[in-house]
Every structure is written in structure tokens, then in C-alpha cells.
Write a protein that binds this ligand. Structure first.
Ligand code: PMP
Length: 437
């Protein structure tokens, strides 16, 4: 592959990519558990791309489905006409869902799915004569994409502060992570469920009949793998139900097997009213996001009495044929290979391997659930991210891709990984951390 000389002049996605400018890590190929870097080296994918390539890279069945579909029906709008694939995909997704979450709206990304879900929640209440229910509640350290809705409910103030007005009437629950009380917890922490009661405090403060929805990531991924305390999500559900508030689970990361079940709703046994998903829905091949929800909410949004004249919502590429074909082949692959169950068998091994780094220099916390783990390092004075960045660069040089946010290293391999891959991930990271001492 020919590299342009001045990369910056052409294309520089992601503001966080200043490090990429310093040392471009170009990937030119990928297969199963590995990337192929521009210099021909194989790099073990410890992060499933960006938490999305759950079945491993370039799986032949998915590749073929994409190729066949683009040749057969490249595009058809789902506006005043349609095609069969989104219906088939919606029924497959609904079959994976608990209770009556059996309606699906397709978007093209997690961000779009989130903004759609927030609008749906408000529209639902309005259709029921509760037009004053417009307040939204997110969580500190929640990440819900980069749309105005997503950054408003998202708990990362840095993503908001330059953009002026946000959605009005948004509050954030406290995040549930306190290292002094739960460092090195294996799985779900015992401490912290009571923080859900802050929702009751917000209800007392605002009048609960003004609150439309609460949105949370069941496991906050992007901001450092924050595992919900035992009972926390259940408590949120109870408070929402009590006050008629809709609960949205943002499962963009936790969906499609990351916790060894289809979705986090199965893992935790807590059923929200709407689920947003993306990433693993197409195994990272073709962009797609979705909201999966109860019929009553869907109808209020899409088929309300005022209908299209008053309300239009949809994307040109909602239910895109090629994305649908990719998603159907991806769901087949997950099912045929039993990937969720198979990966669940590795959870104990994964947990032990992650926590084997406990006594390594600078490691101040390790967290894990399903096939996700975070290794948190103490920040270098005045240079947050320096240690984690250094580990990231050194791991890459040794053929391992990890991910880091601030001082937190996150790991989430494709679900096809084996024990050998897990050994390699934590072995390489461990070596790098020891050397950094
Ligand atoms: N929600 C969550 C929980 C996410 O992790 C992400 C992406 N990391 C998003 C929303 C946004 O998805 P996208 O980048 O596809 O817009």
C-alpha cells in the first residue's frame, strides 16, 4: 500500500488521534484475531477493533454476504417503499430480546441510535398526554456518542463545553466507581448499589412526572470499563418503573456477546424499555446502529396520531440492504459458532489472567466482566495518560493492540479468542508494565 507523505493534509479522523500523527500505526489487512500492519507484521487484536469485531476479522460468511448483497440490491430507501432485509433482521433481533422488546428502528451508528432513542422517549410521553415529560438523566462518565443528544446525556463534560447550548433539563447520576472501596474487584463490586438512589433524589428535586428517561451504559466501556455494583441496575429499573420514567440501556458495547450473553439485559436480568446497539451488530463490517424497544413506544414515535406531517425521523441509510445482509450473516455466525456461550467459558480464565497483573508496577486497579477488562495505572504527575500511552505504544511494537483512555487500559478481544491469545494479551502487557517500572 502506498502511503501519502503528509497524512494530516488528507484525513485525520478522531480528535484524540494526536498520537497517531506522531507514529502512524497503519493497518492494511485483518483476519480472525489479527491485524496486518503496513510493515507486514501481524498484530493481535486485543480490542476487537473498537469493541465491534466480536466474531473476529474478515469472516468468510460475512464477507460473502456483503459482496452478494451489494451485487444484488445495492440500495433501496426505506421511505415510501422498502425491501425485505430490515424486516428479517428486526425479527431476528426481537427474537434475542426479553419480554416485549420486539420493535426495531435502524440507524447507522451508536450516536444516531442514542439520539433516536432519546427522541422516542420524549415522543412517547407526549403521545400519552404527558408533553411536559422532557427531562433526561444520564450518568457521569457515561459515553453515548457524539450527537448533541448523546453529549448532553453523556457524562464527559469535556465533550460538551465548547458547543454552547445542550439539550435542556439534563442531569447526571454519579458514576459508581470509587477505587478506595472496590479496587481489584473481580466481576461486579459489592459496594455502590445505593448510588442508584440518587435517582430518587432527582425525582424529589424535579417532580418525577417531568422526567422522560434515564439512559445508562450497563457497563460503561469507553470511559474505563466501570462495572455496575451488584443490584445497581435493578434498583434503577425499580425507581424508573415507580415514576413512569423510561429506562434506556445503551448496549453499543455490551450488546452481541461481550458479557457472554446476547445483551447485558440478559446478563443482569434487568429489562429496560429501549436498547441502543451498534458495533457488533455487523461485526464491524458495515456501519449500522439500532434501537430495540417496546411496541407502544415505537408506535407513539413512528405512527402517532400526528404522524409524518408533524414528525419525520429516519436516515437515508436506515435499514441499508448491505448493512442488513452483514448483520444477518453476523448473527448467523454468532449462533452457528455459539460464540456467546463459547466466550463465556473463558470468563474465569480471562479474569484470572487480568488479575495476574495486580502486583505489577503502577497498577492501581483491575476490573473485569465478561470478556472485558481494564487495567488502571497511576498517573504520572503532570502527565496524565503518559504511562498508558507508553504501554500502548510498546504493546503495539510487540504485536499487540490494546486501547487506553486517560490512565486506563481497556481490553476486549474478539469472542473467537482462545486461552493462548489471552495469555499473549496479558503476558505482553505484563512485560511492558514491568519494564516501565
Ligand atoms: N454508545 C456507546 C456506549 C458507545 O460505546 C459508543 C461508541 N464507542 C457510542 C454510543 C457511539 O457509537 P458510534 O461511535 O457508532 O456513533
Amino acid at each position: 500500500t502506498q502511503m501519502p507523505n503528509n497524512l494530516e493534509a488528507f484525513f485525520m479522523p478522531f480528535t484524540a488521534n494526536r498520537q497517531f500523527k506522531k507514529a502512524p500505526r497503519m493497518m492494511v489487512g485483518a483476519e480472525d484475531m489479527h491485524y496486518v500492519a503496513a510493515d507486514g507484521r501481524k498484530v493481535l487484536d486485543g480490542t476487537a477493533g473498537l469493541w465491534c469485531v466480536n466474531a473476529g476479522h474478515a469472516r468468510p460468511k460475512i464477507v460473502k454476504a456483503v459482496q452478494d448483497q451489494v451485487a444484488k440490491l445495492d440500495y433501496a430507501p426505506n421511505f415510501q417503499m422498502g425491501h425485505p432485509l430490515p424486516f428479517e433482521l428486526a425479527s431476528r433481533l426481537a427474537a434475542m430480546m426479553p419480554e416485549d422488546l420486539d420493535h426495531v428502528f435502524f440507524a447507522n451508528s451508536g450516536s444516531e441510535a442514542v439520539d433516536t432513542a432519546l427522541k422516542m422517549a420524549i415522543a412517547y410521553h407526549r403521545a400519552r398526554g404527558e408533553g411536559h415529560r422532557t427531562r433526561l438523566i444520564g450518568r457521569e462518565r457515561g459515553y453515548h456518542g457524539v450527537g448533541f443528544g448523546g453529549i448532553s446525556v453523556g457524562g464527559i463534560s469535556g465533550n460538551r463545553k465548547q458547543f454552547g447550548a445542550m439539550l435542556p433539563g439534563v442531569d447526571h447520576l454519579p458514576h459508581t466507581h470509587d477505587r478506595s472501596k472496590q479496587a481489584f474487584t473481580r466481576g461486579e463490586p459489592e459496594w455502590g448499589a445505593h448510588l442508584a438512589d440518587d435517582l430518587e433524589k432527582l425525582c424529589a428535586l424535579h417532580d418525577p412526572s417531568t422526567i422522560a428517561a434515564v439512559i445508562v451504559e450497563p457497563v460503561a466501556g469507553s470511559t474505563g470499563v466501570l462495572i455496575p455494583p451488584k443490584g445497581y441496575l435493578k434498583r434503577l429499573r425499580e425507581i424508573c418503573s415507580k415514576h413512569g420514567i423510561l429506562l434506556i440501556f445503551d448496549e453499543v458495547i455490551t450488546g452481541f456477546g461481550r458479557l457472554g450473553k446476547g445483551f447485558a439485559t440478559d446478563y443482569f436480568g434487568v429489562v429496560p424499555d429501549l436498547i441502543t446497539c451498534a458495533k457488533g451488530i455487523t461485526n464491524g463490517t458495515i456501519p449500522m446502529g439500532a434501537v430495540i424497544l417496546r411496541k407502544g413506544i415505537y408506535d407513539a414515535f413512528m405512527n402517532g396520531p400526528e404522524n409524518m406531517i408533524e414528525l419525520f425521523h429516519g436516515y437515508t441509510y436506515s435499514g441499508h440492504p448491505v448493512a442488513c445482509a452483514a448483520a444477518l450473516a453476523t448473527l448467523d455466525t454468532y449462533a452457528e459458532e455459539g460464540l456467546f456461550e463459547r466466550s463465556a467459558e473463558l470468563h474465569g480464565y480471562w479474569e484470572d489472567a487480568a488479575h495476574s497483573l495486580k502486583d505489577h508496577p503502577h497498577v492501581v486497579d483491575i476490573r473485569n466482566l465478561g470478556l472485558v477488562a481494564a487495567v488502571e495505572l497511576d498517573p504520572l504527575a503532570g502527565k496524565p495518560t503518559a504511562r498508558a500511552y507508553d504501554a500502548f505504544v510498546k504493546c503495539f511494537e510487540r504485536g499487540l493492540l490494546i486501547r487506553y483512555t486517560a490512565d486506563i487500559i481497556a481490553l476486549s478481544p474478539p469472542l473467537i479468542c482462545g486461552k493462548g491469545h489471552i495469555d499473549e494479551i496479558f503476558g505482553t502487557l505484563g512485560d511492558v508494565l514491568k519494564e516501565a517500572a
